[in-house]
Design a protein around this ligand. Structure first.
Ligand code: F6R
Length: 362
């Protein structure tokens, strides 16, 4: 049931404020995070975290890595499930493997989970589908409450996975005594603003629709960003290629000059995600570099960073929020953009060619 929306993807994009709220509320009580899955003592003893997933869920893992590293002393690695399972990795003692999966049935993620268990590594699933294989087999589960996701391209499950990762990182920091009470309370207050801020971005979707109509015929695109913005660029790029069939590549902004910059020519579109204050100037200078080679720049930043308009040809602003959570807002315009490009090209948005909702083959 599309409830009046033209496609499931658009409906699911609009459900995000609610399902993100539900996922936050499922563990938040009186300013505290209540996990039944991992005790504080277990969190204190863990030293190494492996985050293992595929596709968009892997991009969540990339963002989660930055947040965990910022808030805790944990050592974190993010791994593609399809690579991890065939490596001969020495898994550290006192480690935790976090498997992120919407469906809970992705073959490679499930195989990676089983491998971790065999090697005696404790496992935690961040899973959306109740009773799925990963949910059943993981030692612990944090359920995202996105509800059924019909569109092949994930949006709402992705957003719920992100907040689940933030909450987990915050609780790790708290249990390990690595965050002050004030900072913890501040982050609780900030995370609670995500749903209303997503709502605000959605109110402005006509602007993205207009912009999408200008780029509907592009053949190639680049996404650049640093830190969390790089992780969000990866997701924006995947969305664009999977439903709009635009060849798109995401690069860590600092990596451009090590090769890909040779592909920039007059009119090449570069989407730049620039929400992280500490990295703002660095990414802006990468934008200037590609602009001087003819790139058309789309800038995605936070309200207040108005000098973005000196360099970008088109700027989209997201509401202010703690840098750690900015990805949850920055991804929304990118979802809308790929949606409108796909609609503009007349593609089957909810069922892109060659793709299945749940990848149960290896
Ligand atoms: C992209 C997308 C896929 C999935 C990936 C993992 O929009 O949906 O990249 O994220 O196939 O699927 P799950 O989360 O079910 O393990």
């Amino acid at each position: 049931e599309k409830s009046g929306y033209e496609h499931f993807m658009l409906k699911e994009i609009h459900e995000q404020p609610k399902v993100v709220r539900d996922t936050i509320n499922s563990v938040l009580k009186d300013g505290n995070i209540n996990f039944e899955s991992l005790t504080d003592e277990e969190m204190q003893n863990i030293q190494q975290v492996y985050i293992i997933a595929c596709g968009s869920a892997y991009h969540v893992g990339m963002a989660a890595q930055y947040v965990l590293e910022k808030l805790t002393s944990l050592s974190v690695r993010v791994e593609l499930a399809s690579e991890f399972r065939y490596r001969e990795m020495q898994l550290a003692k006192n480690s935790l493997a976090i498997i992120i999966s919407q469906s809970g049935e992705t073959a490679d993620s499930l195989a990676a989970l089983r491998l971790c268990k065999e090697k005696g590594v404790k496992t935690l699933g961040i899973v959306n589908v109740v009773g799925s294989s990963i949910a059943r087999e993981a030692d612990n589960v944090f359920y995202t409450l996105a509800g059924p996701e019909i569109s092949v391209a994930t949006t709402k499950a992705y957003s719920c996975q992100l907040v689940a990762a933030y909450l987990l990182a915050m609780q790790f920091a708290k249990a390990r005594g690595e965050i002050t009470e004030e900072r913890f309370a501040e982050l609780i207050a900030e995370i609670n603003t995500i749903p209303e801020k997503i709502e605000k971005i959605l109110e402005d979707k006509e602007r993205l629709q207009w912009f999408a109509s200008k780029v509907v015929n592009i053949k190639d695109a680049f996404f650049i960003g640093r830190g969390i913005d790089y992780a969000i660029g990866m997701e924006g790029s995947l969305k664009l290629k999977e439903i709009s069939y635009v060849h798109s590549e995401a690069y860590a902004a600092g990596e451009l000059k090590h090769g890909p910059i040779s592909l920039i020519e007059d009119g090449t579109v570069v989407f730049s995600v620039v929400t992280q204050s500490a990295l703002y100037e660095k990414t802006i200078s990468n934008m200037v570099e590609v602009k001087s080679r003819g790139a058309k720049l789309f800038g995605l930043t936070t309200y207040g960073n108005y000098n973005m308009e000196d360099v970008a040809d088109f700027t989209v602003y997201i509401p202010k929020i703690d840098n750690l959570f900015a990805g949850s807002l920055a991804v929304i315009p990118l979802q809308l953009l790929s949606y409108y490009v796909s609609v503009g090209k007349g593609f089957d948005v909810d069922k892109p060619r060659n793709l299945a909702k749940s990848v149960t083959v290896e």
